[in-house]
Design a protein around this ligand. Structure first.
Ligand SMILES: Cc1cc2nc3c(=O)[nH]c(=O)nc-3n(C[C@H](O)[C@H](O)[C@H](O)COP(=O)(O)OP(=O)(O)OC[C@H]3O[C@@H](n4cnc5c(N)ncnc54)[C@H](O)[C@@H]3O)c2cc1C
Length: 415
């Protein structure tokens, strides 16, 4: 029996756990985490053979100046690298001449203006409906959407996208964003390897959480697992929560994966350079050349392409990336680069089942439905519940604090 149980020890669950333990040291708090590590989608590994940190999930402090993880990085002694994000530069203009880059920028600005205008429409539409038919830059607009949201524009709600309010610089944690999140959670009461399979909230007594390691009872529960897990019924709620399942289905996880290539002759490429594989296609990778000057290329693949490559098996994404890069840098590049570690497969990671949540057209209101407490005993957090910073570790963190504050308000006024 504890006061508060938290399901999941990613950024949201750890934020909730820390806030609750700090505000109520007299309460018993327990986070139950399915994996044998905390962090969830915040995960840093050491590159095999190189030792440099690689962020398999979150890597960028988006809206860094206002991002709460910036101050947390300072507190925990992590260095934040303020090198500007390289996305707007095409290394040596390869495959993307300056006049095409200007034409794309003009198309993107016109798209943004249509998006702003469409926010005022009472009817929500897919963002893809705002593409100009036949515009040669629609593919690249879709590719960028697949990186940012894990899905192409046609899948996304215009009204929901308008609520995203993370603005400012994009900085990085040199030692790894995932390691920062784990350091922030160190010392908190987290039970690893403890998947919750059923949450029984019937009756007036405590909520019962079933796990393979036994049953825990709690006065309140904060659920932070991904929307795809809720939609799939990976945790059984008794009584069922059909509104939550419907909201989770309307907020599915898009897919983005990373491939890491090792460079045998890194000096041939600039530190923190960038390439888009094929600016004329939605099916293309974004290539961060030598992040932090390291001998690595970080490849980002999203949306339909990411799904297809994930299904095609372990080597497919790396082969795709090498083909695109060889097309731009020349065939000899193949001898310079080799896959560094296993490509991420976030869609197949059983404890997440995707990368980050987007709202389907018409579903902008579902984030609030997902976030709403149930009977003053069940509380919901996680990036998908963030009203304005969804998809990010910042939104996850803020949602954890919000849920913790809801728990405090509910339990402190409970008879
Ligand atoms: C490839 C990729 C790149 C990204 N890049 C960025 C970026 O640059 N910047 C940024 O801000 N964000 C980025 N993100 C998003 C960011 O990582 C997430 O938004 C954030 O980490 C989500 O935190 P969360 O706590 O909501 O969910 P999660 O991290 O998914 O945490 C939920 C936890 O619940 C656990 N769990 C699941 N089922 C159970 C169960 N039954 N019982 C107990 N525990 C369970 C999971 O194992 C997990 O640890 C990226 C994500 C990916 C995948």
């Amino acid at each position: 029996m504890v006061d508060v149980a938290i399901v999941g020890a990613g950024a949201a669950g750890l934020a909730a756990a820390r806030r609750l333990t700090e505000r109520r040291p007299d309460w018993s708090i327990r986070a139950l985490e399915a994996e044998d590590r905390a962090g969830g989608r915040a995960r840093t590994i050491a590159a095999p053979g190189l030792g440099v940190p690689l962020d398999l999930g979150c890597g960028w402090l988006h809206g860094a100046e206002h991002n709460p993880w910036l101050a947390i990085a300072g507190t925990f002694g992590f260095h934040v690298d303020r090198t500007p994000a390289p996305w707007d530069v095409q290394h040596q203009d390869l495959g993307f001449p300056p006049e095409d880059q200007r034409a794309y920028e003009a198309a993107a600005e016109a798209f943004d203006r249509r998006q702003t205008a469409a926010q005022a429409d009472p009817a929500d539409r897919p963002l893809g409906a705002l593409l100009e038919p036949g515009n040669p830059w629609n593919g690249l607009l879709d590719a960028v959407s697949s990186y940012v949201s894990g899905a192409e524009l046609g899948a996304l709600s215009t009204h929901d996208s308008a609520r995203y309010a993370v603005h400012g610089s994009d900085w990085r944690v040199s030692g790894g964003y995932g390691r920062l999140v784990v350091a922030y959670g160190a010392g908190l009461p987290v039970a690893l390897g403890t998947p919750v399979t059923r949450i029984d909230h019937g009756g007036a007594g405590p909520v019962r959480l079933e796990t393979p390691r036994g049953t825990l009872e709690a006065r309140a529960v904060v659920v932070t697992v991904s929307t795809n897990l809720l939609a799939d019924g990976a945790i059984r709620f008794d009584p069922p929560l059909p509104d939550k399942v419907a909201a989770a289905r309307d907020l599915p996880l898009g897919l983005a994966n990373k491939v890491f290539l090792h460079l045998a002759a890194p000096e041939a490429l600039p530190a923190d350079g960038h390439l888009i594989g094929n600016p004329r296609s939605a099916r293309t990778g974004a290539y961060h050349l030598r992040p932090f000057g390291r001998p690595v290329i970080e490849v980002y693949i999203g949306g339909t392409l990411a799904r297809e490559l994930e299904q095609a098996g372990a080597e497919a994404a790396a082969a795709f990336a090498l083909d695109e890069l060889a097309g731009l840098l020349g065939d000899e590049f193949r001898r310079q680069a080799s896959p560094l570690t296993t490509t991420t497969t976030w869609g197949r990671t059983a404890t997440v089942r995707g990368s980050y949540a987007y709202a389907k057209p018409g579903a902008a209101g579902q984030r609030a439905v997902l976030a709403a407490p149930v009977e003053g005993r069940l509380f919901f957090a996680g990036e998908a519940t963030s009203p304005d910073a969804f998809t990010t570790a910042r939104g996850a963190y803020e949602s954890g604090l919000r849920a913790a504050d809801e728990v405090l308000a509910a339990l402190e006024t409970a008879p």
